[in-house]
Design a protein around this ligand. Structure first.
Ligand code: DX5
Ligand code: ZN
Length: 217
């Protein structure tokens, strides 16, 4: 099974965004996770379009954009234009899920859907054939540095089973409270991509923490 680490720039040093992006670029992480928050879908505001450019310029790695915003259909094309490779939005944030997926695909990026800790995987059943990625939240979206909620592990197992049943190949990503201490559990449950913010950026040696996550047993 493939293992991908997606360090979350939410925990980077914004006074040194280019330096921190270049550090990820040198590391074994294949993706860069970008958390966009609007203060409405989640009780916090992070950043928007202007951070895409310096990050895109500092790395050729896959930009994994996680939108925690209402009415994502209004903005997904712009994120693709700014260099996103994956655009993931929350199914709880829009009435226009299919339209939003089509907009992302037509703009030339891969489309992901995300579920909050209280949202069951069954709501995704009929969407799975249309998407490239499912992002399972293992904390309430809005803040870095929270504790991992173990019900995410069952959701990963359920999604992996649905993927097999339906003969699909979307990726499963998990986000929130992940480090080299719990990475193996999630990879073993069937996830390919793990997001890590504080575990990477607060580590004494971030590049080593990424390797430890990739090699976790
Ligand atoms: C939370 C964000 C996460 C966050 C993860 O709403 O979606 O991507 O940055 O941070 P850690 O890894 O510190 O839990
Ligand atoms: Zn995220």
């Amino acid at each position: 099974m493939k293992r991908i680490i997606s360090p979350s720039m939410l925990s980077a040093d914004f006074g040194n965004l280019e330096r921190d992006t270049r550090m990820i670029d040198r590391s074994q992480a294949e993706w860069v996770h970008i958390d966009v928050m609007d203060g409405v879908f989640v009780p916090n505001i992070s950043f928007g379009f202007p951070v895409m450019k310096p990050i895109r310029q500092a790395t050729k790695k896959v930009l994994d954009v996680h939108l925690m915003i209402v009415e994502p259909e209004k903005y997904v094309e712009r994120f693709v234009k700014e260099g996103a490779d994956y655009v993931t939005f929350h199914v709880e944030a829009t009435e226009q899920i299919r339209h939003c997926i089509d907009l992302i695909h037509n703009a030339g990026a891969k489309a992901g859907v995300s579920i909050k800790p209280a949202t069951p995987t069954r709501v995704l059943r009929d969407l799975l054939s249309k998407i490239d990625l499912v992002l399972v939240m293992s904390v309430e979206p809005g803040f870095g540095g929270q504790s991992f909620m173990p019900n995410a592990i069952d959701k990963v197992r359920e999604l992996a089973a649905m993927r097999k049943e339906q003969g699909l190949d979307f990726l499963i990503e998990v986000d929130g409270g992940i480090s080299s201490k719990n990475a193996a559990l999630l990879f073993d449950a069937g996830a390919e991509a793990l997001v890590a913010g504080s575990a990477v950026f607060k580590a004494e040696n971030p590049e080593q923490e990424i390797i430890d996550m990739l090699e976790a047993k």
